[in-house]
Design a protein around this ligand. Structure first.
Ligand SMILES: [Zn+2]
Length: 174
């Protein structure tokens, strides 16, 4: 959320582009509020046209993910709150988003939030189809069972830890 008091319009040498970037860095993924859309790799680029219009390029995560509509609205709201009226949101579908775009720092935030982060690398792509071990984000135990292909959202699978008995979401790899 952008607090107008801490982001006064036109302070210093800030350009509109700077303000747009700062505002967008506050936009969180609606499904994973601990991660911003930049953290998760949805926010691909912010640029300014010759006529001054700010263009925000976002790449959808899971195809058909209902959150994308919300994210586009959040992006527009953040820019409007920052006083940037001339803007447009462009969806870029290629290259396709992958969990490999999530930086390690954001994966740690996911784990701290109680969601098992996607495992990076080629093996992870098979995680949904094999019995690959997904460690419990709470206690670190590898004694976990997949309960459901779909967790709190379609982007996640539901697991339960046999050690601490807590259910947890696993952020699916794609
Ligand atoms: Zn556990």
């Amino acid at each position: 959320m952008v607090d107008a008091a801490t982001h006064p319009a036109g302070s210093g040498d800030e350009t509109i582009l700077d303000r747009a970037r700062a505002a967008l860095d506050q936009v969180c993924d609606p499904e994973i509020p601990v991660l911003t859309i930049r953290d998760i790799g949805i926010l691909r680029d912010v640029r300014q046209d010759e006529d001054g219009t700010i263009e925000v390029i976002i790449t959808p995560t899971y195809s058909g993910c209902p959150a994308m509509g919300m994210i586009a609205i959040e992006v527009e709201l953040a820019l409007a709150r920052a006083g940037i009226d001339a803007h447009r949101v462009t969806l870029r579908h290629s290259p396709a988003w992958t969990t490999d775009w999530i930086p390690d720092s954001a994966l740690e935030k996911l784990r701290a939030y109680g969601i098992a982060p996607p495992t990076k690398g080629s093996n992870s792509k098979r995680a949904l189809f094999t019995n690959e071990v997904i460690a419990c984000p709470r206690c670190g135990s590898s004694e976990t069972d997949r309960i459901s292909e779909f967790g709190s959202t379609a982007c996640k699978a539901l697991y339960r830890c046999r050690s601490c008995l807590e259910p947890f979401d696993y952020f699916k790899c794609i």
